[in-house]
Design a binder for this molecule. Structure first.
Ligand SMILES: [Zn+2]
Ligand SMILES: [Zn+2]
Length: 275
């Protein structure tokens, strides 16, 4: 099992970091977690794409995590040679999001069906709204969802992917909480969205200060990893994106709390999940 960070960025546009998105390459195929800005460009670089995703998992419906869902929706449909429903698994609200996405794309759907004689079907989706428990099981790969805490964004979920005795947790945006702890128990890897609290406090911009109360700081992320005996902590969704030469400061803040391996994500970073 491999983890490929497709986008390590945040809501803030960045020339080097696509929006939040992580690909987990498994024996059951490519599983995509969130689909932020630029996801299909990065997926192409990882030899994947809309037609290859076995399922798309959403952690929550904040715009930065779903910006390019419409691109996946369209490419999955318009580039297929036969009906190929897009499977989307996400929190309550996901079905309405897909309905709204389809409604937004209605003119485009009409144009393409009118133009291509061999495209005779509309895009289709298979949507599962989930809260906790096993949400995907194929080819010896299991994905379990659990509730996270990103209030006032509700509901939100994190996911644990297991293949054989290897496991990786995709936290989504959350503060430390029991639901995330349960997902993380003895996981080989935790991919955790993270903000740098000391920087944001220094900046003192009200709109940015607001984000402190519903994300994990580096110390929070390291605490979750440590408390749950995680092997490797991957920090992603970095706010603010680290200036060149300051990456070690993020690692050091985490290492003060967590004894395991700490990795700062960059786009297309590819990691083998090992025990
Ligand atoms: Zn969020
Ligand atoms: Zn976010």
């Amino acid at each position: 099992m491999q983890v490929i960070i497709l986008g390590s960025g945040s809501p803030l546009p960045d020339p080097n970091r696509a929006g939040p998105s992580t690909l987990v390459r498994t024996k059951a195929g490519d599983l995509l977690f969130d689909c932020g800005r630029g996801v299909l460009m990065r997926a192409a670089a990882a030899a994947s794409g809309a037609g290859a995703f076995r399922a798309v998992f959403l952690t929550h419906l904040h715009s930065d995590h779903i910006t390019d869902l419409n691109d996946i929706f369209t490419m999955r449909w318009a580039m297929s040679l036969q009906p190929n429903p897009l499977r989307v698994i996400g929190p309550i609200g996901t079905a309405a999001l897909l309905d709204a996405t389809e409604a937004m794309l209605e003119p485009d759907i009409g144009y393409r069906i009118a133009h291509h004689d061999d495209l005779t079907w509309r895009p289709t989706t298979l949507v599962d709204e989930v809260e906790h428990g096993v949400v995907f099981e194929e080819n010896g790969v299991t994905v379990t969802a659990g509730p996270t805490d990103h209030s006032p964004v509700r509901p939100t979920v994190g996911y644990r992917v297991e293949e054989g005795d290897k496991s990786v947790v995709i936290s989504g945006d959350t503060v430390p909480c029991t639901g995330l702890d349960e997902l993380c128990n003895h996981a080989d890897m935790l991919v955790q969205t993270t903000i740098r609290r000391d920087f944001i406090e220094q900046l003192g911009i009200p709109r940015l200060l607001d984000i402190l109360d519903y994300h994990s700081s580096i110390t929070d992320a390291a605490g979750t990893a440590s408390r749950n005996y995680v092997g490797t902590l991957v920090l992603t969704h970095l706010v603010p994106a680290p200036a060149q030469g300051t990456e070690h400061e993020w690692i050091e803040q985490a290492a003060a709390v967590f004894d395991g391996k700490v990795i700062l994500a960059t786009d297309l970073l590819t990691l083998d999940v090992s025990g």
